[in-house]
Design a protein around this ligand. Structure first.
Ligand code: G3P
Ligand code: MG
Length: 358
């Protein structure tokens, strides 16, 4: 994390404020920059491209590693972004992997969910232990007929199975996976195939991690976020991971006597705001005695119930700015979760901050 601001050499060069940008609906719509975001971000660097103002992306989205996302964002927005400046929905899973060393876990969602979890496992791997993580695509492939609708689905799923391994090895692996208890499921990104994922997750969760076999305690279930809706390229909001969670939970609670237990750490959980502050923004801005010296941390978001509510609950030193480029499209402030400031675009927000602070 400290690399982000290493160029802000002396204490006096370091601004007493930092910015956390939400991504979907503030900086991007799908893969398209919105609200003048490339111009706004460029203002946070000096003429030679050196970072002037500490900032992070604080998004509930995910599916790829922080380093890959940093690279993609850099290309889309035309600035140099470091992995330590990207805090994704699943970034807190990093703290959880060592609980599952040498255990089988399943990773769900678009993108590269298993690769994300394996990357978080570097620390435990160095101790000779390793989390055994399979994407739900690969896990499903070891169970014949687990998804009765599979033959009607006209897409193919990438299973990450090495095509070069012999059928003998495949058969052995199949038995090994089928007989090993899944200890946890991590929903890393939005589910691509709700029907298959709800079916297979119910199988895993209701049996204690052994689909089609005995019953046991529900394995752990973690969600990268609980967003009901988010803004992408389509004019109306899209159903998010929170909608998938509601569907899974409603079905699970009808087929199983004990209600579904799950955890989600992301915005609006105030923990996230504390984390952004300590893990990233705060590192280079801590005095020798360890006292934080950021006077203000700005959260620029588009979702009142998520971004603004979270910043409000986190309290000092957070200042919330709501844009109109995403989920929120109102004229005035949001009635239930009013922001400290409402602007049209992220460019307006950055303009306000720089005028106030510089
Ligand atoms: O899937 C992403 C969405 O739930 C929210 O992303 O960037 O608005 O926090 P963001
Ligand atoms: Mg958003």
């Amino acid at each position: 994390a400290s690399r982000s601001f290493s160029r802000l050499s002396s204490q006096s060069d370091r601004p007493s404020f930092g910015i956390a940008f939400d991504i979907d609906g503030v900086v991007l719509l799908g893969h398209i920059p919105v609200g003048g975001s490339p111009r706004a971000l460029r203002r946070l660097y000096d003429d030679s491209g050196e970072l002037k103002i500490p900032f992070v992306f604080l998004t509930n989205g995910g599916g790829f590693s922080e380093s890959k996302r940093a690279q993609d964002l850099g290309q889309l927005l035309g600035v140099d972004i470091l992995p330590s400046q990207v805090i994704l929905g699943h970034t807190p899973f990093k703290q959880l992997v060592n609980r599952f060393e040498d255990k089988l876990v399943v990773a769900v969602g678009k993108g590269e969910p298993a690769a994300v979890m394996s990357e978080y496992d570097i620390w435990t791997t160095s101790l000779g232990l390793q989390i055994n993580v399979l994407s739900i695509d690969e896990y499903t492939s070891y169970f014949d007929a687990i998804d009765p609708l599979a033959t009607y689905k006209r897409w193919t799923t990438k299973t990450d199975i090495d095509q070069n391994i012999t059928s003998n090895e495949t058969a052995k692996r199949k038995i090994a996976v089928q007989t090993e208890r899944v200890q946890a499921a991590f929903v890393v990104g939005d589910s691509v195939d709700w029907s298959r994922d709800i079916q297979v997750l119910c199988d895993i969760l209701r049996t204690g991690g052994l689909p089609g076999k005995e019953t046991g305690n529900q394995p752990h279930l973690f969600f990268a976020n609980d967003d009901l809706e988010y803004q992408a390229t389509f004019p109306a909001e899209r159903l998010g991971m929170g909608a998938f969670r509601i569907a899974l939970e409603a079905i699970y609670n009808r087929i199983h006597p004990i209600p579904l237990a799950y955890t989600s750490y992301r915005k609006p959980n105030p923990f996230v705001y504390g984390n952004a502050e300590t893990v990233n923004l705060d590192v280079e801005n801590t005095t020798n005695s360890g006292i934080r010296c950021f006077k203000t941390l700005y959260m620029i978001g588009d979702n009142p119930k998520i971004d603004i509510r979270g910043a409000q609950q986190a309290g000092d030193p957070w200042f919330s700015i709501l844009t109109r480029t995403g989920v929120f499209k109102g004229k005035d402030n949001h009635s239930e979760f009013p922001a400290d400031l409402v602007v049209d675009t992220v460019e307006d927000a950055v303009d306000f901050i720089l005028r106030k602070e510089c």
